[in-house]
Design a protein around this ligand. Structure first.
Ligand SMILES: [Zn+2]
Length: 427
């Protein structure tokens, strides 16, 4: 009671200071005692998270709260390791709230026992299905963008690249980690914005069909990007990765001429083939894609390519076709082209030009007020000539001239003084 009194607790319940702190590391099987494990190894769980602890303890009947803190002995500062749990074991008089949990260890053993029974652990698909369901609906964008941060594989990759660059200098600093997070969220949000533009203006809807060409597959092989995993993740929706017979045949031909393209051929072959109409009479891949796109991309493809010529063609003569390319190892959506932006702004106009003109003329006829603005414009030129105003501005700052004059005067004075001195000495 005394401990709670000095701090005026508004957010937290009374006696919150005395609630015990529990970190996931306390029940982590993979940690040694020195690293923070507090219960025997055979009773501990592997890789527990703060969220799991909260889930379990919320059913125990104890009062529980989560806090965003990192355990001091935790080496990695990634979000999966964030968080601690505060539990009320004793009431303000000092009696234990629940006789089942008289000590901190009782709670730890209980949580470690119950975590493996969680649905997310027993049925990992349950978790995936939930996430996919959310993605499919496309309504909850925020949890999605944050959810991406809890992808442990992404963190592992980041850490590996960090260590490759800076050697085994230990964990990256908090600021570095923060910059990763903001970068990731920004990248994801940007992609969603671009897709939103195409959804609103060109009726592009998930599941997206992404048309892959040989150049993209080759680039993905070079930078070791798993296309099947990365593209749906980046687009944040279900995607069909497809190709055409012409593309496969072209890569096959090239692979026979150059041995280093064999891998690309194997990659391209994996994807389902969309009918392009050139079956039995294959044409070059780029012209096949152009024929599929036509002018308005009727099949609503997202074109995944690294071919600059093809991209230029899409810029100049196709609308409504998003371009996906690999920037280093990151799939990236190109901004909507100028042509697309123009078309979108035109189609967003509710009235045609003719309708606007007639509406204006009608307003002039029936509402006199609208007639007033044009004469005002006519009056404007009668105001003082802007050029003349400029001139006056130039003349106004007289003090500068004065300074110059003063300087001259000083010069003269100096000269005069010199002359006087010389004359006086001469005399
Ligand atoms: Zn074709």
């Amino acid at each position: 009671m005394a401990a709670a009194a000095p701090r005026p607790m508004t957010k937290y319940p009374d006696g919150f200071d005395k609630w015990v702190c529990l970190y996931p590391a306390y029940i982590n099987k993979d940690k040694s005692r020195a690293e923070g494990r507090r219960i025997p190894k055979d009773k501990a769980v592997s890789a527990p998270t703060c969220k799991e602890m909260l889930d379990v303890l919320s059913t125990s009947g104890l009062q529980v709260l989560g806090e965003r803190k990192i355990y001091c002995r935790e080496k990695s500062k990634e979000p999966p390791y964030w968080g601690r749990v505060r539990v009320q074991l004793k009431n303000q008089v000092g009696e234990s709230v629940n006789p089942k949990f008289s000590t901190r260890d009782d709670v730890l053993v209980f949580t470690a026992e119950k975590i493996p029974q969680l649905k997310t652990r027993t049925n990992p698909k349950h978790n995936q299905d939930q996430q996919q369901g959310k993605q499919g609906k496309g309504k909850k964008k925020k949890p999605n963008s944050k959810g991406q941060l809890y992808n442990i594989e992404w963190w592992k990759k980041k850490m590996l690249t960090y260590q490759a660059r800076y050697g085994s200098r230990g964990a990256p600093s908090r600021t570095v980690v923060r910059s990763w997070i903001t970068m990731k969220i920004k990248r994801y949000k940007k992609a969603q914005r671009i897709l939103g533009f195409f959804q609103n203006n060109f009726d592009l809807r998930p599941p997206y069909s992404v048309l892959l060409d040989g150049t993209f597959c080759r680039a993905s092989l070079e930078v070791k990007v798993k296309i099947k995993e990365q593209i749906p993740k980046y687009l944040g929706a279900q995607t069909k990765l497809v190709t055409t017979q012409c593309i496969i045949l072209e890569v096959e031909k090239l692979s026979k001429m150059r041995a280093n393209l064999y891998g690309t051929w194997m990659v391209v072959k994996q994807f389902p083939v969309h009918k392009c109409g050139h079956e039995g009479d294959a044409i070059p891949a780029s012209s096949c894609i152009k024929s599929l796109l036509q002018e308005k991309n009727p099949a609503k493809y997202i074109i995944a390519t690294q071919d600059d010529d093809l991209r230029q063609h899409i810029h100049h003569s196709v609308t409504g076709a998003p371009i996906l390319y690999l920037y280093h190892s990151a799939p990236t959506l190109e901004k909507p082209t100028d042509k697309c932006l123009k078309l979108a702004s035109e189609s967003n106009k509710l009235l045609t030009d003719h309708e606007e003109k007639t509406l204006k003329s009608l307003k002039r006829k029936y509402i006199g007020e609208d007639d007033q603005p044009p004469p005002k414009k006519k009056k404007k030129p009668k105001n003082p000539n802007p050029l003349s105003c400029k001139k006056s501005k130039k003349t106004k700052p007289q003090p500068q001239n004065e300074e110059v004059k003063r300087k001259r005067k000083r010069h003269k004075k100096k000269k005069q003084l010199d002359e006087e001195a010389s004359t006086s000495s001469g005399k």
